[in-house]
Design a binder for this molecule. Structure first.
Ligand code: SF4
Ligand code: SF4
Length: 185
């Protein structure tokens, strides 16, 4: 019956009218993200990075560019590399996180922000200089050690490179026991 359909329609309208909204008035308000949010602004620790390029190999889109010099100073321990270029083309990134999963040294972490918009595509390529300057607020995604430390990526203190890894630094080719943040700290 025609009239019944109208009433049902008004019923749906009324139900949604009193329902708490799911949306927020961005940018005045911001949605609260989960600590494991796979956000923008990758967090990279140069002193943890050996230049192994696992992250670049695992990236399905091939948007991580790494150039290394083989003289990293630890050739006797199996070799590591001096990283000369470490670029990520965030404009093409789908934030799958495979690069972070692939990093054996917990040098690369997903970020916790989402507001890196720009008007020029080339500005979305982040360099190692930019990565080094960024505050270290890694997402806890794929990083249970950060969850165990109750790291808050959104309001907590920056995470030191010595606290970013899964294990003590003793085994890390770039960090000696006496290095800042090393196992002997
Ligand atoms: S998050 Fe995915 S697409 Fe983005 S750089 Fe890492 S592996 Fe590549
Ligand atoms: S970020 Fe990790 S996976 Fe990528 S080159 Fe450095 S150590 Fe290797």
């Amino acid at each position: 019956m025609y009239g019944l359909g109208v009433l049902k329609g008004f019923g749906v309208t009324l139900k949604n009218f009193v329902r708490k909204p799911f949306t927020v008035q961005y940018p005045e308000e911001r949605s609260v993200q989960h600590p494991r949010f796979r956000g923008q602004e990758f967090v990279w620790y140069e002193d943890r990075c050996t230049g192994c390029a696992s992250c670049a190999k695992y990236c399905p889109l091939g948007i991580i560019r790494i150039v290394t010099d083989p003289d990293g100073g630890h050739e006797q321990e199996g070799g590591d590399y001096k990283v000369e270029v470490f670029d990520i083309d965030q404009g093409r990134c789908m934030y799958c996180g495979l690069c972070v999963e692939a990093c054996p040294y917990d040098a690369l972490h997903m970020g916790s922000t989402f507001e890196g918009a720009t008007t020029r595509r080339e500005d979305l390529v982040i360099t190692m200089e930019v990565l080094n300057e960024r505050p270290k607020h890694p997402s806890t995604w794929f990083r249970p050690q950060l969850e165990q430390q109750a790291v808050d990526p959104f309001g907590g203190a920056p995470v030191d490179s010595g606290d970013a890894g899964r294990e003590a630094y003793r085994w890390h080719p770039k960090r000696s026991e006496d290095a800042p943040g090393g196992a002997g700290k």
